[in-house]
Design a protein around this ligand. Structure first.
Ligand code: PLP
Length: 365
């Protein structure tokens, strides 16, 4: 039996007619940049997931860039972030000329370890970018307590956690602002690039709205040095079709994760954490660990089970950050994670038989 790591065609086939009708309406109305489809999606996204308001953007990296600008970070400032995440988490920090300061992760959850944050704080520290990695909410209560004590601006990178809540609050509303990605492979994916920005702080949100469109509230009058981060009309239309399915897709991801958690019984496999005191995972990834990860990956490939290696290199060891001077061994937990993680298929359209095949194949290693 073949189990691909991810097959987006199944989801798109299931909503094909509705999706194409929505895209055709956008096409016929020539609503290409922002416009009604994006506004309708923003309103539905906010209402469905519990946000006071939301902004549609052109990627998940753009809101992180915008957040860094809104925080007022710049050259000489230091911003704390985890090294085990997608690179975009720290791009915003670098784009505004500030310096990412990496703080190691927790061994069990893969999330930024709050116990290690204070040792990294200096008089230059201005903020924290927390990541709800693989769908599991970050330990926001502890992170926010430290942020409050030191007056830090907190950005939540929610790219992998759409639909998750943290302490009962939707992710993105705990810190100063939250950012989402609608890259096609995300739990809510567009037919191209997309992202969103949320904030519980009205003044931050209002400024973000201006920054998204050239720092301009009134055409050809520019109050701020802004960006062109507008969401496409097509993305708004398609995401509007997909949004009502998100809760069902998340429930199916949780069902698959629970099957894996109950069924994978292998002495050397370490299973992921799906729930902490902060919240429950929406399972963007199901990431196991094994000391002989590469051999396990090869074994699974032979059984037609697709896997992915997320992430092979921690951010503090990326070539682009060599000048920051982090030696090998400086973030031991993240480095160990990179050496041992393996992500299994967990998209909602997997059949129960496929899930059972993955379990049997892992257990047979
Ligand atoms: C996907 C992702 C982003 C944003 O990526 P885009 O490709 O720009 O949409 C940011 N952070 C994390 C953790 C991500 O997984």
């Amino acid at each position: 039996m073949k189990v691909p790591f991810l097959d987006l065609s199944l989801q798109h086939r299931a909503i094909r007619e509705q999706a194409l009708a929505a895209l055709a309406a956008t096409y016929d109305a020539t609503r290409f940049c922002l416009g009604k489809d994006v506004e309708d999606f923003e309103a539905a996204f906010a209402k469905t997931l519990g946000y006071p308001r939301a902004l549609g953007l052109n990627s998940g990296t753009s809101p992180l860039h915008m957040a860094a600008a809104l925080a007022g970070w710049g050259p000489g400032d230091e911003v704390i972030a985890p090294p085990f995440t997608f690179i975009s988490t720290v791009w915003g920090i670098s784009y505004v000329g500030a310096t990412p300061v990496f703080v190691d992760i927790d061994e069990a959850t893969f999330l930024l370890d709050p116990a290690k944050i204070e040792a990294a704080i200096t008089p230059r520290t201005k903020g924290i970018v927390a990541v709800h990695l693989f769908g599991l909410p970050a330990p926001m209560e502890a992170i926010l307590a430290i942020a409050k004590k030191h007056g830090l601006f907190v950005v939540e990178d929610c790219a992998q956690a759409v639909g998750a809540t943290c302490g009962g609050t939707p992710v993105g509303l705990l810190g100063d602002c939250g950012t989402f990605s609608f890259y096609p492979t995300k739990n809510l994916g567009g037919c191209g690039e997309g992202g969103a920005f949320v904030s519980r702080r009205e003044e931050i949100f209002e400024k973000a709205k201006l920054l998204r469109v050239h720092g301009s509230g009134r055409r050809y009058y520019h109050d701020h040095v802004g960006f062109n981060f507008r969401m496409d009309g097509f993305q708004g239309a398609l995401l509007g079709v997909k949004l009502p399915h998100l809760a069902g897709w998340t429930a199916r991801r949780r069902e698959i994760a629970n099957r894996y958690l109950a069924g994978i019984k292998h002495p050397d496999v370490r299973l992921p954490v799906g729930q902490t005191t902060d919240g429950e995972s929406v399972w963007h990834q199901f990431t196991i660990r094994h000391p002989r990860r590469d051999a396990l990956r090869e074994h699974l490939a032979k059984h037609d089970v697709g896997t992915d290696l997320i992430y092979p290199v921690p951010l503090h060891r990326q070539a682009c950050y060599a000048s920051l001077g982090y030696a090998e061994g400086s973030m031991p937990v993240a480095e160990r994670a990179c050496a041992t993680v393996l992500s299994l298929p967990i998209f909602p359209e997997l059949t129960d038989a496929q899930v059972e095949h993955v379990i049997a194949s892992v257990n047979a290693f």
